[in-house]
Design a protein around this ligand. Structure first.
Ligand code: HEM
Length: 207
C-alpha cells in the first residue's frame, strides 16, 4: 500500500506540473501538445497502466485495512479522541472517499470524454489534438466548478498529510530523529499540492 501511495504522490506532482502549463503559457496549444504526448507516448501509456494498478491496489488495501479495523472493534470507544493519532489520520477513510468521488467526476469530465469520443479537437499541421485546454478554460470560468475542485484539493491535501508520513513510516523511516523531518516534509508536500492545483482554477476564473 505504501509503495502504491508513493507512486501516486509522484504522479500528483507530475500531473500538477503539466496542468500548470495552462496558466504559464498564453498559447493553449502548449498544454494540448504536452497532453497529446502524455496520451500517445508508449512509455507513458505503460505508466498509465501502472498508475491505474497503483490506484486499485491502494484502494483495495485501504478497504481491507478499514474492514479489519471495524471487525477488530465493532463497538466504538465510548470516549473518543484520547489516542495519540493525529487529526488527519482519524479522517483518512472520509478524505479518501471524497477524493475517490472527485476522481470519478474528474474522469467523466476529461479522461472518459477523451478516450470514448466527445472531446473537442483542433488540427495543427495535419495532427489532431484533443482540445483539453479550451475545456479546462471553459470549465474554470464557472464558479461551481472552481469551488468543487478547490474543495476537493483541500480534502486531498488532508489525505496527503497523513498518507505521506504513513507511507514512509511503513517503509521503515520511523525514528525519533527522522519522524519529525518526514512530518514536516508531509506538510510541505501537501501544501504545495493544494496550492499548486488550486492556483489553476483561481487564476483561470479571474483571468
Ligand atoms: C486543476 C486541476 C486539474 C486539472 C486541470 C486536470 C486535468 C486533467 C485532464 C485534462 C486530464 C485528461 C488528460 C488525458 O487523458 O490525457 C486528466 C486526467 C487525469 N487526472 Fe487530472 N486534473 C487536475 C487535477 C487532478 C487531481 C487533483 C488528481 C488526483 C487526485 C487528478 C487525477 C487524474 C488522473 C488519474 C487522470 C488520468 C490519467 C492521465 O491521463 O494522466 N487530476 N486531468
Amino acid at each position: 500500500m505504501s509503495l502504491a501511495g508513493i507512486f501516486l504522490l509522484t504522479f500528483l506532482l507530475v500531473h500538477m506540473g503539466v496542468n500548470l502549463l495552462i496558466v504559464i503559457y498564453d498559447d493553449p496549444m502548449v498544454y494540448n501538445k504536452v497532453a497529446h504526448i502524455m496520451s500517445t507516448n508508449i512509455l507513458i501509456k505503460i505508466f498509465e497502466i501502472i498508475l491505474f494498478g497503483g490506484f486499485l491496489l491502494h484502494i483495495i488495501y485501504a478497504l481491507i485495512l478499514q474492514i479489519q479495523n471495524w471487525v477488530a472493534r465493532p463497538k466504538r470507544y465510548n470516549k473518543a479522541n484520547y489516542s495519540n493519532t493525529s487529526f488527519f489520520s482519524k479522517f483518512m477513510i472520509h478524505t479518501a472517499l471524497i477524493t475517490l468521488t472527485f476522481l470519478v467526476i474528474h474522469f467523466m469530465d476529461f479522461y472518459i470524454k477523451a478516450k470514448f469520443g466527445h472531446a473537442t479537437e483542433v488540427i495543427v499541421d495535419g495532427v489532431a489534438y484533443h482540445d483539453f485546454a479550451s475545456e479546462i478554460l471553459d470549465k474554470f470560468k464557472m464558479l461551481p466548478f472552481v469551488i468543487f475542485y478547490i474543495a476537493a484539493f483541500v480534502f486531498l491535501g488532508f489525505h496527503l498529510v497523513h498518507g505521506f508520513q504513513s507511507a514512509f513510516k511503513t517503509l521503515g523511516m520511523d525514528h525519533k530523529k527522522y519522524t519529525p523531518v518526514v512530518q514536516f516534509l508531509a506538510i510541505i508536500y501537501a501544501t504545495i499540492v493544494v496550492a499548486g492545483y488550486s492556483f489553476i482554477p483561481i487564476y483561470i476564473y479571474f483571468l
